[in-house]
Design a protein around this ligand. Structure first.
Ligand SMILES: Nc1ncnc2c1ncn2[C@@H]1O[C@H](COP(=O)(O)OP(=O)(O)OP(=O)(O)O)[C@@H](O)[C@H]1O
Ligand SMILES: [Mg+2]
Length: 436
């Protein structure tokens, strides 16, 4: 039983518990989004039972900077999702992002232990346990371990060693870490809202599950999720997640440029960007003049679409060039036969895919998340919901033992089965992280 004030308040609303429900909580820089889904008994596919969204002013560039505002936004989105689904939400899968996230490659090795030296799942688990012992600065925690390929008795390039025979199993592992304080603050917000963290997932990892298909992951693809505060990248090749990266330039910077360039307020800049914005001059077929009301009795401002584009395009070019530099740094730029998939709210900007195609010199498409059929599924079919949909799919895959993230990938789940009440939270978070 959850005893926090927020949880008690919610449990008084006549909601019912549903143990098989999966709840994704995407705490974005511009909005919090909650998706409640449950597997259909007959087909095993997920049905969206409820959705909740709320504006969020508690984050900057993907990390929590104001706990009160973030908690309020989470509570508001959760309440809405509970009302639409009729389900009392207790456990959630939460996404994490921000430019504190870092990743590196590490190598682990174990002696194969099973009868007949046949490699089993438990050998891979021990290999991952070994990777967890890698020396990290005390202010960082491991968020994900993605095995890349396996080396069996010196023979490399093995993608799936289960069932093979050998003595010594090694693996190159992509290790993703986050700043301890940023992770703790995320936990703190979620738990203050009366919720239990079932798992914590890197946002681009979640988005990639929602918008990429297995063929794209196999031939090589880079997912770029351009949100409000962060641009997140996940690169796949041969069906395995190879690289993750993120940086703090995204849609909010575009809005800021419009605000400064035209001398208008933030809300107007946001409206103008969505209504008239283009990322590429050539994609404007009919230039058009539009008016922006003046502030406090001043005369309205007359702006053309192409002038607006002159403000937007350089910033979008910067975002794509930063992303391209990250992709080149990963060493996978030449392996991306399926090119680039753009998602996140900014992918909806007109001309964004065309501009990206010019910069990357590769095919670019906009990825829209799909999540089963029926229920509220159509409501979440927008690039803005890629992360929230992906969080639900991630948990579903973890529960059913299937993973789109490559052989040997294991969700963190068990490690996060820690109930932390509002009171004594700091002590318990400490204990929890000491166990990581
Ligand atoms: N139709 C549109 N055209 C252009 N930009 C849009 C459109 N719709 C949304 N955006 C922009 O997308 C951004 C928000 O995207 P998203 O909802 O993916 O961000 P977030 O998840 O809240 O933030 P982050 O993931 O960076 O923490 C905002 O900058 C918004 O202006
Ligand atoms: Mg986002």
């Amino acid at each position: 039983m959850n005893t926090t004030y927020a949880a008690t308040k919610r449990s008084q609303r006549g909601l019912r518990a549903r143990p098989d429900a999966i709840v994704g909580l995407d705490i974005g820089t511009t909005k919090v989004c909650v998706i409640v889904a449950a597997p259909d008994e007959r087909t095993g596919t997920l049905t969206v039972l409820g959705v909740g969204t709320a504006e969020n002013a508690g984050l900057a560039r993907g990390i929590v900077v104001n706990i009160e505002k973030t908690v309020q936004a989470i509570e508001q989105a959760i309440e809405q999702a509970e009302t639409t689904s009729g389900i009392q939400i207790e456990r959630i899968i939460v996404g994490i992002a921000g430019d504190h996230i870092q990743s590196f490659q590490s190598r682990s090795a174990v002696a194969v232990s099973g009868a007949g030296r046949e490699i089993s799942r438990s050998d891979i688990e021990r290999l991952l346990e070994d990777a967890r012992t890698v020396a990290l600065p005390s202010d960082r925690v491991i968020l994900h371990l993605f095995p890349q390929d396996y080396i069996l008795d010196g023979q490399d390039g093995i993608l799936d060693p289960i069932g093979m025979s050998g003595v010594r199993l090694e693996s190159n592992i992509h290790v993703v870490t986050g700043l301890r304080s940023a992770v703790e603050n995320l936990y703190r917000c979620v738990e203050r809202a009366g919720l239990i963290v079932e798992d914590i997932v890197l946002q681009p990892v979640a988005s990639s599950i929602a918008v990429l298909d297995s063929a794209e992951r196999e031939v090589g693809v880079a997912l770029i999720d351009i949100g409000g505060g962060t641009t997140d990248i996940a690169i796949f090749d041969e069906g395995i997640i190879r690289h993750t990266a993120m940086f703090g330039i995204a849609g909010n910077k575009v809005t800021d440029d419009i605000k400064k360039g035209l001398g208008i307020v933030h809300a107007q800049a946001e409206q103008v960007k969505i209504a008239y914005g283009h990322a590429l001059q050539e994609s404007i077929l009919h230039d058009e003049v539009f008016m922006i009301p003046g502030i406090n009795g001043r005369k309205p401002i007359e702006v053309t679409k192409s002038l607006l584009c002159q403000i937007i395009q350089p910033r979008m070019e910067e975002i794509f060039e930063f992303a391209f530099a990250e992709i080149r740094r990963s060493g996978y730029a030449r392996n991306l036969s399926a090119g680039i998939v753009l998602t996140g709210g900014c992918a909806q900007l007109r001309g964004a895919a065309e501009l990206a195609e010019r910069i990357f010199g590769m095919p670019v498409k906009v990825g829209v998340p799909t999540l089963g059929m029926g229920g509220f599924a159509p409501e979440v079919q927008s690039p803005m919901y890629a992360t929230a949909v992906g969080l639900v799919l991630y948990a579903h895959e973890a529960r059913t033992g299937k993973s789109s993230l490559g052989v040997g990938f294991r969700a963190n789940q068990q490690r996060h089965h820690v109930r932390v009440g509002y009171r004594g939270i700091i002590e318990r978070i400490k204990t929890f992280f000491d166990h990581l």
